[in-house]
Design a protein around this ligand. Sequence first.
Ligand SMILES: Nc1ncnc2c1ncn2[C@@H]1O[C@H](COP(=O)(O)OP(=O)(O)OP(=O)(O)O)[C@@H](O)[C@H]1O
Ligand SMILES: [Mg+2]
Length: 356
Amino acid sequence: LSVLNLVAILLACATLTLFILFRTRYALAELSLLDFLQLRTLLRSGDPVGTQVLLEEVRPELAAALIFSVVLALGFAVALARYLAGAFNRFTLSLHQLARGDYSARARLGGAPLEVARLGDEFNRMAERLEHLERERQFESASIAHDLRTPITAMRLRVLGVIDGVHDLTPEALEPLLGQLGTLERLADDLQTLTLHDAGHLSLNLERLEVAPLFAALEREFGGVAHAAGVRLETVVAAGVAVRADAHRLRQALGNLVQNAVTHAGHGGVARLTAVQTSSQVCFSVADSGSGVNEDQLEHLFERFYRVDASRSKALGGSGLGLAIVRAIAEAHGGAVTAARGELGGLEVRLCLPAR
Ligand SMILES: Nc1ncnc2c1ncn2[C@@H]1O[C@H](COP(=O)(O)OP(=O)(O)OP(=O)(O)O)[C@@H](O)[C@H]1O
Ligand SMILES: [Mg+2]
């Protein structure tokens, strides 16, 4: 825009100057030789009368040049205003489209001035981000609905079976209901944790935690599951390693990782939980001897409801929220979590938290 303004001003000045030069020359050419020589002598002597006479000669031309320049500048200004208004109008249409909830709206501002085009680029980036968020929201809603429906349907069928007399009302007949209620409760808890994190309200009760007793508790909690799956659960930590964290949340995060490792280690495999302290942080790593995941799947593991093998994971009761929760807990502590192929052959997830 500033360049266009400059061009307009230069154009007006150049026209004015050219007009004056041309008309002055023309006016002077019309003088008789004697008058011309007299005028030249006057101008050379610096006499103000000379300048006055010259001005007298070219005054009509000056006025004409001025009018012409003003008309030219006005014409240019109107054209510029129309050009700008056109670009802004197209931009406003895209804004309206977005405001109506159509996230596919994009500003097409090819040929617009640089500043307006830049505004359009920023708008397009924002619209793209909104469209992506909206798609994620729809996907999450569909996943939640699906994960709610599965246990509810199973519970309904079981209750119908009792009502129709297919099952007797015995503790054995009710036991599956307990498992399905547990699944629903876990889903509600997981969703609550993630919603609290999104709202920035995942409150932490930070305290100094010895890692060895925490590992012992995890071994007690998952020992039975690991044994049933034929997986050896190992923990490796030096004495005295401590971290500043929320006990419940850290156990929840490590529990999710150990659960995954035990699930994927494979019969006769190993799941290993390690903690290493450096000067500034404590890094936990959970690795297993399973087959891991492909390189291109690594980056998606921490997304909500992401399951590498959806049917297998669902059969195992997973809803794809475990790793998303680990990431939320890591972030709430000011830490980070990453995943890679581990030395045991399977997946290795590293969760690093500030030591104090
Ligand atoms: N140790 C692992 N080895 C191989 N794949 C894994 C491992 N841990 C996680 N995954 C893959 O990553 C996906 C996401 O894991 P996540 O823990 O978030 O969800 P989930 O285990 O399916 O369900 P949830 O943890 O909510 O019960 C899993 O479905 C699985 O495909
Ligand atoms: Mg999991």
